[in-house]
Design a protein around this ligand. Structure first.
Ligand code: UDP
Ligand code: MG
Length: 323
């Protein structure tokens, strides 16, 4: 019996994953630059644009464009957030290596050359770290530093403070990330958690090419809580220690009061001590319940088992021929 020769589609050398949410001002220039770069760098490549529920013309601009390499456009059914958009891209990327890029022209593409060079030297993750944070406010820099300090307390793997999603990852790393079952994801933690031979390269970021940042205070706070609840357990456990310490102090204070009454006689004043103690301990109790709530909310979300994102459309735009 003769066996038909099956020639499958060629596997791209590199897939570029670009999450985009309301990036109409920059998406065309991003795709022009990335497709040009991709064509020059490797023989086979693909670009995956994940439209994360944009309400502007991002989707139409990608669909109606002419690009030098094939562009696959995944439209999520609504805005699910950057972490989910990245995961959607990673799950659909076919490349032997995957590069994640923002759609706002902040990350100069010359670093992709370095990433590829280091990848060929044997690194499995080559990631960008901000060379400096001069463009950020003093408050944001302090808040970020404090966040990473908390995040790294007692963690199995150190999570570098200035790391970006901008990175090149080997297929093995992408498969490992896709195999993780959690649906609420803090990608910067997961990249570090999966391990592999990693190298950081310092990058100088450019100002946004247009539009404005999608990460306001509330989004950052939400992402921060996801990161903390996913990668730490000390906020849950510390209450045992605090409780024990406060209980011991209360016993000592009780003994002190009892002996004072015994030796110096009956003492009526003490209302202020009582009031302060009640407020203090109520505060401590509410805080500890609040922390429990944060972790419980995460467990609740995971138990529901809902997917992190839904794909509404998946279309591929063939590359323009360059003959
Ligand atoms: N992004 C996304 N979904 C979101 C928010 C952001 O896909 O809900 C994309 C956004 O389009 C951009 C990238 O994530 O390509 C980084 O976003 P942004 O530039 O606003 O973040 P910043 O650089 O200010 O941290
Ligand atoms: Mg940006």
């Amino acid at each position: 019996m003769s066996r038909a020769l099956h020639l499958g589609p060629t596997v791209p050398d590199v897939s570029f994953v670009i999450p985009a949410f309301n990036e109409a001002e920059t998406i065309v220039e991003t795709l022009n630059r990335v497709s040009r770069k991709a064509r020059r760098l490797v023989p086979q490549s693909e670009i995956l644009v994940v439209d994360d529920g944009s309400a502007d013309a991002t989707l139409e601009l990608v669909q109606s464009g002419h690009w030098e390499v094939p562009v696959r456009l995944l439209r999520l059914s609504r805005n699910f957030g950057k972490e989910q958009a990245i995961m959607a891209g990673l799950r659909h990327a076919a490349g032997k290596a995957v590069v994640i890029l923002d759609a706002d022209l902040q990350e100069p593409l010359r670093y992709v050359d370095t990433m590829l060079e280091k990848y060929r030297e044997g690194y499995e993750i080559v990631y960008a770290v901000r060379a400096h944070r001069d463009d950020e406010s003093w408050l944001k820099r302090r808040a970020t530093a404090a966040f990473y300090r908390f995040l790294n307390i007692g963690s199995e793997v150190p999570m570098p403070a200035g790391a970006r999603d901008f990175r090149l990852m080997d297929r093995k790393v992408v498969d490992a990330l896709c195999a993780l079952p959690e649906s609420n994801r803090f990608m910067k933690g997961l990249y570090a958690w999966v391990g592999f031979r990693s190298l950081a390269i310092p990058v100088e970021l450019q100002p946004r090419g247009g539009g404005s940042t999608k990460f306001g205070f509330r989004r950052l706070l939400k992402l921060g809580m996801t990161g903390l609840t996913a990668f730490t357990d000390w906020p849950l456990r510390m209450w045992t220690g605090i409780g024990m310490m406060l209980a011991s102090l209360s016993i000592l204070y009780g003994l002190f009061l009892a002996s004072r009454t015994l030796f110096l006689g009956h003492d009526v004043p003490g209302w202020s001590t009582l009031a302060v103690a009640i407020f203090f301990f109520s505060g401590i109790q509410l805080m500890s319940i609040g922390v429990l709530g944060e972790y419980l909310a995460r467990v609740f979300n995971e138990v529901k088992g809902r997917p992190g994102y839904l794909i509404a459309d998946d279309v591929t735009i063939a590359a323009i021929s360059k003959c």
